[in-house]
Design a protein around this ligand. Structure first.
Ligand code: BTN
Length: 271
Protein backbone atom coordinates (compact mmCIF):
# COMPACT_ATOMS: atom_id res chain seq x y z
CA UNK A 1 0.00 0.00 0.00
CA UNK A 2 1.15 3.52 -0.91
CA UNK A 3 2.20 5.94 1.81
CA UNK A 4 -0.76 8.21 2.67
CA UNK A 5 0.34 11.82 2.94
CA UNK A 6 -3.10 13.06 3.99
CA UNK A 7 -2.88 10.93 7.13
CA UNK A 8 0.64 12.19 7.85
CA UNK A 9 -0.39 15.82 7.36
CA UNK A 10 -3.39 15.51 9.65
CA UNK A 11 -1.29 13.67 12.28
CA UNK A 12 1.24 16.52 12.23
CA UNK A 13 -1.52 19.15 12.41
CA UNK A 14 -3.19 17.46 15.38
CA UNK A 15 0.04 17.25 17.37
CA UNK A 16 0.86 20.63 18.97
CA UNK A 17 4.65 20.37 18.76
CA UNK A 18 4.82 18.69 15.35
CA UNK A 19 2.57 21.43 14.01
CA UNK A 20 5.29 23.93 14.93
CA UNK A 21 8.00 21.91 13.21
CA UNK A 22 6.39 20.43 10.09
CA UNK A 23 4.50 22.59 7.65
CA UNK A 24 4.22 20.37 4.60
CA UNK A 25 4.63 16.74 3.56
CA UNK A 26 5.39 15.93 -0.08
CA UNK A 27 5.28 12.43 -1.56
CA UNK A 28 6.99 11.48 -4.83
CA UNK A 29 6.72 8.19 -6.71
CA UNK A 30 10.33 8.40 -7.75
CA UNK A 31 13.14 10.87 -7.17
CA UNK A 32 16.88 10.75 -7.73
CA UNK A 33 17.49 11.28 -4.02
CA UNK A 34 15.03 12.82 -1.55
CA UNK A 35 17.99 14.51 0.19
CA UNK A 36 19.17 16.04 -3.08
CA UNK A 37 15.68 17.31 -3.86
CA UNK A 38 15.36 18.85 -0.39
CA UNK A 39 18.78 20.53 -0.77
CA UNK A 40 17.79 21.95 -4.14
CA UNK A 41 14.49 23.26 -2.81
CA UNK A 42 16.34 24.81 0.15
CA UNK A 43 18.72 26.54 -2.27
CA UNK A 44 15.73 28.05 -4.04
CA UNK A 45 14.50 29.47 -0.73
CA UNK A 46 12.05 26.88 0.62
CA UNK A 47 11.62 27.51 4.34
CA UNK A 48 12.30 24.79 6.91
CA UNK A 49 9.63 22.30 7.91
CA UNK A 50 9.01 20.35 4.71
CA UNK A 51 9.14 16.54 4.68
CA UNK A 52 10.07 14.90 1.38
CA UNK A 53 9.08 11.24 1.08
CA UNK A 54 9.79 9.05 -1.93
CA UNK A 55 8.31 5.69 -2.87
CA UNK A 56 11.60 4.96 -4.65
CA UNK A 57 14.94 6.58 -5.40
CA UNK A 58 17.06 6.15 -8.52
CA UNK A 59 20.18 7.55 -6.89
CA UNK A 60 19.62 7.16 -3.13
CA UNK A 61 22.70 8.43 -1.29
CA UNK A 62 24.35 6.69 1.66
CA UNK A 63 27.15 7.81 3.96
CA UNK A 64 30.75 8.03 2.80
CA UNK A 65 29.76 8.39 -0.86
CA UNK A 66 27.91 5.08 -1.02
CA UNK A 67 24.54 4.47 -2.64
CA UNK A 68 21.37 3.53 -0.72
CA UNK A 69 19.33 0.62 -2.04
CA UNK A 70 15.90 2.20 -2.70
CA UNK A 71 13.43 -0.15 -4.43
CA UNK A 72 9.78 1.00 -4.84
CA UNK A 73 6.81 0.67 -2.55
CA UNK A 74 8.27 -1.15 0.44
CA UNK A 75 10.60 1.04 2.46
CA UNK A 76 10.82 4.54 3.88
CA UNK A 77 13.00 7.17 2.20
CA UNK A 78 12.42 10.45 3.99
CA UNK A 79 14.19 13.79 4.14
CA UNK A 80 13.26 16.60 6.48
CA UNK A 81 14.36 20.10 5.54
CA UNK A 82 15.05 22.19 8.63
CA UNK A 83 16.41 25.62 9.25
CA UNK A 84 17.45 24.94 12.84
CA UNK A 85 17.59 27.49 15.62
CA UNK A 86 21.16 26.43 16.33
CA UNK A 87 24.62 27.36 15.17
CA UNK A 88 25.73 25.19 12.21
CA UNK A 89 28.60 23.78 14.32
CA UNK A 90 25.89 22.02 16.35
CA UNK A 91 24.28 20.46 13.26
CA UNK A 92 26.17 17.12 13.53
CA UNK A 93 24.16 16.46 16.72
CA UNK A 94 21.05 15.98 14.59
CA UNK A 95 22.60 12.70 13.52
CA UNK A 96 22.56 10.94 16.94
CA UNK A 97 19.24 12.71 17.62
CA UNK A 98 17.72 11.09 14.52
CA UNK A 99 19.19 7.69 15.40
CA UNK A 100 17.68 7.93 18.90
CA UNK A 101 14.31 8.90 17.39
CA UNK A 102 14.34 5.88 15.04
CA UNK A 103 15.17 3.45 17.87
CA UNK A 104 12.37 4.85 20.06
CA UNK A 105 9.88 4.82 17.16
CA UNK A 106 10.64 1.17 16.37
CA UNK A 107 10.27 0.24 20.04
CA UNK A 108 7.03 2.18 20.37
CA UNK A 109 5.42 0.99 17.11
CA UNK A 110 6.60 -2.59 16.94
CA UNK A 111 7.89 -3.46 20.40
CA UNK A 112 11.21 -4.29 18.79
CA UNK A 113 14.64 -3.49 20.17
CA UNK A 114 16.99 -1.77 17.75
CA UNK A 115 20.41 -0.29 18.53
CA UNK A 116 22.81 2.27 17.10
CA UNK A 117 26.16 1.35 15.62
CA UNK A 118 28.20 4.53 15.81
CA UNK A 119 27.71 6.95 14.26
CA UNK A 120 24.20 6.23 13.08
CA UNK A 121 23.54 2.80 11.58
CA UNK A 122 20.34 1.30 12.96
CA UNK A 123 20.78 -2.41 13.63
CA UNK A 124 18.54 -5.23 14.77
CA UNK A 125 20.12 -8.58 15.56
CA UNK A 126 23.43 -7.38 14.15
CA UNK A 127 21.94 -6.45 10.76
CA UNK A 128 21.40 -3.00 9.34
CA UNK A 129 17.81 -1.91 8.88
CA UNK A 130 18.29 1.83 8.61
CA UNK A 131 20.71 4.68 8.08
CA UNK A 132 20.91 8.45 8.32
CA UNK A 133 22.52 11.00 6.06
CA UNK A 134 22.73 14.63 7.16
CA UNK A 135 23.51 17.19 4.50
CA UNK A 136 23.82 20.94 4.69
CA UNK A 137 25.26 23.70 2.61
CA UNK A 138 26.10 26.05 5.42
CA UNK A 139 27.79 29.35 5.09
CA UNK A 140 28.07 29.49 8.87
CA UNK A 141 24.80 31.42 9.14
CA UNK A 142 22.26 30.70 11.83
CA UNK A 143 19.18 29.04 10.28
CA UNK A 144 21.20 27.69 7.36
CA UNK A 145 19.35 24.72 5.82
CA UNK A 146 19.94 21.22 7.09
CA UNK A 147 18.54 18.08 5.47
CA UNK A 148 18.03 15.04 7.67
CA UNK A 149 17.71 11.99 5.42
CA UNK A 150 16.69 8.62 6.75
CA UNK A 151 16.27 5.32 5.02
CA UNK A 152 14.50 2.39 6.71
CA UNK A 153 14.08 -1.10 5.33
CA UNK A 154 10.47 -1.84 6.18
CA UNK A 155 8.57 -4.45 4.14
CA UNK A 156 11.39 -5.81 2.03
CA UNK A 157 12.20 -9.55 1.91
CA UNK A 158 15.70 -10.99 2.11
CA UNK A 159 15.82 -12.17 -1.50
CA UNK A 160 15.15 -8.65 -2.80
CA UNK A 161 18.42 -7.29 -1.38
CA UNK A 162 21.32 -7.27 -3.81
CA UNK A 163 23.79 -10.10 -3.05
CA UNK A 164 26.31 -7.79 -1.37
CA UNK A 165 23.68 -6.77 1.23
CA UNK A 166 22.09 -10.18 1.84
CA UNK A 167 24.33 -11.09 4.78
CA UNK A 168 24.38 -7.69 6.46
CA UNK A 169 20.97 -6.05 5.90
CA UNK A 170 17.55 -6.80 7.28
CA UNK A 171 14.12 -5.20 7.41
CA UNK A 172 11.37 -4.68 9.97
CA UNK A 173 9.24 -7.26 8.14
CA UNK A 174 12.02 -9.84 8.28
CA UNK A 175 12.48 -9.16 12.01
CA UNK A 176 8.78 -9.22 12.95
CA UNK A 177 7.33 -11.56 10.32
CA UNK A 178 4.63 -8.94 9.66
CA UNK A 179 3.83 -6.38 6.99
CA UNK A 180 4.12 -2.94 8.50
CA UNK A 181 1.95 0.08 7.76
CA UNK A 182 4.51 2.62 6.57
CA UNK A 183 2.20 5.61 7.08
CA UNK A 184 1.65 4.78 10.76
CA UNK A 185 5.36 4.21 11.24
CA UNK A 186 6.24 7.56 9.60
CA UNK A 187 3.82 9.32 11.97
CA UNK A 188 5.51 7.84 15.03
CA UNK A 189 8.94 8.49 13.53
CA UNK A 190 8.15 12.17 12.96
CA UNK A 191 6.79 12.50 16.47
CA UNK A 192 9.94 10.95 17.97
CA UNK A 193 12.17 13.01 15.70
CA UNK A 194 10.27 16.13 16.74
CA UNK A 195 10.91 15.31 20.43
CA UNK A 196 14.65 15.02 19.83
CA UNK A 197 14.84 18.13 17.64
CA UNK A 198 13.06 20.16 20.33
CA UNK A 199 15.46 18.69 22.93
CA UNK A 200 18.39 20.00 20.90
CA UNK A 201 16.90 23.39 20.15
CA UNK A 202 15.93 23.87 23.79
CA UNK A 203 19.46 23.20 25.03
CA UNK A 204 18.73 19.68 26.34
CA UNK A 205 21.34 17.95 24.23
CA UNK A 206 22.59 15.94 27.20
CA UNK A 207 19.18 14.20 27.43
CA UNK A 208 19.53 13.14 23.81
CA UNK A 209 23.18 12.09 24.24
CA UNK A 210 22.31 9.92 27.23
CA UNK A 211 19.82 8.05 25.07
CA UNK A 212 22.38 7.78 22.26
CA UNK A 213 24.83 6.20 24.73
CA UNK A 214 22.15 3.90 26.15
CA UNK A 215 21.12 2.65 22.68
CA UNK A 216 24.71 2.40 21.44
CA UNK A 217 25.88 -1.02 20.27
CA UNK A 218 29.41 0.30 19.87
CA UNK A 219 30.25 1.48 23.40
CA UNK A 220 32.21 -1.07 25.39
CA UNK A 221 33.39 -2.91 22.28
CA UNK A 222 36.86 -3.21 20.83
CA UNK A 223 36.53 -1.62 17.42
CA UNK A 224 38.42 -0.84 14.28
CA UNK A 225 37.88 2.58 12.74
CA UNK A 226 38.77 3.38 9.16
CA UNK A 227 39.09 7.10 8.57
CA UNK A 228 40.18 8.76 5.35
CA UNK A 229 43.79 8.69 6.62
CA UNK A 230 44.13 5.89 9.16
CA UNK A 231 42.99 2.55 10.50
CA UNK A 232 42.81 2.72 14.31
CA UNK A 233 41.81 0.09 16.84
CA UNK A 234 40.70 0.63 20.42
CA UNK A 235 37.99 0.37 23.05
CA UNK A 236 34.93 2.50 22.41
CA UNK A 237 34.51 4.40 25.68
CA UNK A 238 31.94 7.11 25.23
CA UNK A 239 30.06 9.42 22.91
CA UNK A 240 31.22 12.95 23.54
CA UNK A 241 29.08 16.03 23.78
CA UNK A 242 29.62 16.84 20.10
CA UNK A 243 28.70 13.28 19.04
CA UNK A 244 32.32 12.15 18.50
CA UNK A 245 33.34 8.66 19.66
CA UNK A 246 36.14 8.38 22.25
CA UNK A 247 38.49 5.45 21.72
CA UNK A 248 40.99 4.22 24.32
CA UNK A 249 44.02 2.93 22.47
CA UNK A 250 46.44 0.19 23.53
CA UNK A 251 48.82 2.71 25.12
CA UNK A 252 45.87 4.02 27.22
CA UNK A 253 45.78 7.32 25.31
CA UNK A 254 42.45 8.56 24.02
CA UNK A 255 41.43 9.54 20.53
CA UNK A 256 38.25 11.32 19.39
CA UNK A 257 36.76 9.99 16.18
CA UNK A 258 34.52 12.37 14.28
CA UNK A 259 34.03 10.49 11.03
CA UNK A 260 34.78 6.96 10.00
CA UNK A 261 33.65 3.45 9.30
CA UNK A 262 33.50 1.21 12.36
CA UNK A 263 33.90 -2.54 12.62
CA UNK A 264 32.96 -4.12 15.95
CA UNK A 265 35.77 -6.59 16.62
CA UNK A 266 34.91 -7.97 20.05
CA UNK A 267 33.00 -7.46 23.29
CA UNK A 268 34.46 -5.69 26.31
CA UNK A 269 36.59 -8.09 28.27
CA UNK A 270 39.76 -6.06 28.40
CA UNK A 271 41.23 -4.51 31.53
C1 BTN B 1 23.71 5.31 5.35
O1 BTN B 1 24.60 5.13 4.52
O2 BTN B 1 23.58 4.56 6.32
C2 BTN B 1 22.77 6.46 5.20
C3 BTN B 1 21.60 6.14 4.31
C4 BTN B 1 20.61 7.29 4.14
C5 BTN B 1 19.54 6.98 3.11
C6 BTN B 1 18.47 8.00 3.07
S1 BTN B 1 17.08 7.48 2.12
C7 BTN B 1 16.39 9.08 2.20
C8 BTN B 1 17.53 10.07 2.05
N1 BTN B 1 17.80 10.34 0.65
C9 BTN B 1 18.98 9.87 0.27
O3 BTN B 1 19.44 9.96 -0.87
N2 BTN B 1 19.61 9.29 1.31
C10 BTN B 1 18.83 9.37 2.51
Amino acid sequence: MRIETDKIKSYCRSHPRLRELIHDVLLFDQVGSSNQLALEMAASGLPGGTVFIAESQKAGKGRLGRSWFSPPGRNIYLSLLLRPYLAPREYPLFSPATAVAIVIAIQRSLDLKAGIKWPNDILIGGKKIGGILLESKTTGDQNAPLVIGLGLNVNIETDVFPPELQGTASSLKIETGKNIDRTDLINVLLECLGDQIFNLQEGKKEDMLQLARRFSLTLGKFVQVKTAQHVIEGWAETIEEDGALTLRLGDQSHRSIVLGEITHLREATAP
